[in-house]
Write a protein that binds this ligand. Structure first.
Ligand code: RB5
Length: 146
């Protein structure tokens, strides 16, 4: 699995925590987050990273900002992206099983780094259930293609 991680200035601490997790899990990743020396605009990070997932260069994305909301809104504008704004472990598991989410958005001002790590670990380890859930995703894809 190849992962792209990105963040604005409000996501630096959790971004570093998640990078450590990815190293521990031996998951290949690229970090395209900001240098974080000044305030930046989250779409400038979310949109290019999401496009690199949509074009197949990466399998999954982990996008972090202050609330996770801006990153998730921007990511979901890119065709083929299913970004889940997720702040609990149960939703992290279910959004993989039911939604086959390929991006997770996290808010550093909402979560502590320990919980963020647990959420991302479960999200990375959980497979898509397929079946009836696949039919539902196909309806979204059909809408995107129309
Ligand atoms: C930056 O202050 C903040 O607005 C941004 O990180 C994010 O929370 C937007 O949704």
């Amino acid at each position: 699995m190849k992962v792209i991680i990105t963040a604005d200035h409000a996501g630096m601490t959790i971004r570093n925590e998640i990078k450590e997790l990815l190293k521990e899990m031996n998951i290949e990743f690229e970090d395209t987050g900001c240098s974080c020396e000044e305030s930046v605009d989250y779409p400038d990070y979310a949109l290019p990273a999401a496009e690199r997932i949509a074009n197949g260069e990466f399998d999954r994305g982990i996008f972090i900002c202050g609330t996770g909301i801006g990153m998730s809104i921007a990511a979901n504008k890119v065709k083929g992206i299913r970004c889940a704004l997720t702040h609990d472990v149960y939703s992290a598991k279910l959004t993989r099983q039911h939604n086959d989410s390929n991006v997770i958005a996290l808010g550093e001002r909402v979560l502590g780094p320990g919980l963020a790590r647990e959420i991302v670990k479960v999200w990375l380890e959980t497979e898509f259930d397929g079946g009836r859930h696949e039919n539902r995703i196909n309806k979204i894809t059909k809408y995107e293609d129309s």
